[in-house]
Design a protein around this ligand. Structure first.
Ligand code: LLP
Length: 421
């Protein structure tokens, strides 16, 4: 459920008209709904509330939407954070997410990033290789610290999602292969400056079938059992994120959080570990749209092109993954059209939808790209020297620009002319 609805023929984010926002902010822009973010967090957090030892941690995957106001909204709701870079860690802390609720994941954390996490006093590092265990041990020793860590396991489970967002297969770069993960835990336990306490896994994103996750949780449980047989206590199990969201009305919706939680309850029956979750898309996906204006309609040799003022640099998902985003007029229009929706960037891949049956639009109309709150603005770039797309947040009838458009002059100011030129 989201809070983007038609009122008087105009799409609103909560109580704010997207047409009014387009007027004030210019297009393209992203718009997030506070009520939707808060609701999705609450629905997820309450669904998993009693699981494991009864004190689960819901650590929002910051990569899905790192905007400071989005994170501050989640901080207020009680969320933790799953971060994968020093930049994300800085944002989570700046947004008010306590270090004690922050997990640091990622296959290539640098020494300065490990040091940053230790200095901040984060809850745990999810360590992804034997080499990283050694690096963390060295950094911890230098700092006189003893950080807690979980071994991120590659469970060799195929999540059945798009290849580019699958992370749990045995060929993937993520995690320590399950056959070596127990030994890695023991390796970490051998370091005076490390405290291995957990196991973690994340097998992929936009999952619509829960059985691979159940399978993965079962494998983590078996490994925790083996480790406990060796005298090593595993007190936290992080089952990652990955729950899909509905992008298309004409396709079956992925399981609701309650169904996901029931699966986890079943898979972890009798466990007394603290469970950790890293949902990203599920929290923010439907909480954001990208609004763009139709520049013109162009008749190609074979197709009708709707050329909009947003491009692949603003919303990369369609061109990178062939992802589907519903495209709806912000003001109700009459009739339907079949169109290929493209941006102004000079690449054929700058295509949002091919031969799509959609509500008819014409030059000057505003369109909303739905379900763009996750992996939208954060994956934007300035390709073709286009400005970074701004972000707006709505809260009831209030709204604010929460990330500004960087105008051409500001972008140019980042470059310098080499002294010999
Ligand atoms: N935890 C870890 C360690 C992850 O790598 C990810 C996502 C998540 C949690 C959150 O997964 P979620 O709940 O959002 O599915 N850019 C792609 C998605 C990449 C996901 C990367 N990892 C897209 O636009 O579909």
């Amino acid at each position: 459920m989201d809070h983007f609805t038609m009122r008087g023929g105009v799409m609103h984010a909560e109580d704010v008209s997207l047409a009014v926002l387009a007027d004030k902010v210019g297009t393209p822009f992203y718009c997030y709904s506070t009520a939707t973010i808060a609701r999705h967090y609450d629905v997820f957090a309450s669904a998993v509330a009693g699981l494991g030892n009864g004190d689960p941690l819901v650590a929002f995957a910051v990569k899905a939407n790192p905007n400071l106001s989005v994170l501050a909204t989640l901080a207020r709701a009680g969320a933790g954070a799953d971060v994968v870079s020093g930049g994300e860690l800085a944002r989570a802390l700046a947004a008010g997410i306590p270090a004690s609720r922050i997990v640091f994941s990622g296959v290539g954390k640098t020494r300065p990033e490990l040091a940053m996490g230790i200095e901040a006093g984060i809850l745990q590092f999810n360590v992804e290789s034997e080499a990283e265990i050694e690096m963390l041990a060295e950094v911890a020793r230098d700092k006189g610290a003893a950080p807690e860590l979980a071994i991120r396991v590659n469970p060799a489970v195929d999540p059945g999602t798009h290849a580019k967002i699958s992370t749990g297969g045995s060929e993937a770069k993520f995690g320590i292969p399950i056959g070596r993960a127990g030994a890695a835990f023991v390796q970490a336990a051998g370091h005076a400056h490390l405290r291995p306490i957990g196991l973690a896994a994340h097998i992929g994103s936009q999952l619509t079938d829960l059985s691979p996750i159940a399978d993965c949780i079962g494998r983590l449980g078996a490994l925790a059992g083996e480790l406990s047989g060796l005298g090593h206590a595993v007190t936290r199990i992080d089952v990652g994120g990955g729950l899909g969201v509905p992008y298309r009305a004409d396709q079956p919706a992925p399981p609701e959080p309650a169904v996901y939680a029931a699966m986890v309850a079943q898979a972890t029956r009798g466990w007394n570990q603290r469970l950790m979750f890293e949902p990203g898309r599920m929290i923010v996906g439907n909480a954001g749209v990208m609004v763009s204006q139709v520049i013109l309609i162009k008749q190609g040799a074979q197709r009708t092109f709707v050329v909009v003022d947003a491009a692949m640099n603003d919303l990369l998902r369609p061109s990178l993954y062939g992802a589907w985003h519903d495209i709806r007029p912000v003001r109700d229009t009459e009739g339907m059209m079949t169109a290929t929706v493209v941006g102004p960037v000079c690449e054929t891949g700058d295509t949002f939808a091919e031969d799509r049956d959609m509500a008819a639009v014409t030059a000057g109309d505003l369109v909303a790209f739905m379900t763009a709150g996750a992996y939208g603005a954060t994956m934007a770039s300035t390709y073709n020297s286009r400005s970074l797309v701004p972000e707006v947040m709505v809260n009831g009838s209030d709204w604010a620009i929460v990330s500004a458009r960087n105008e051409p002059a500001a972008m140019l100011a980042l470059d310098t002319r080499a002294p010999w030129l």
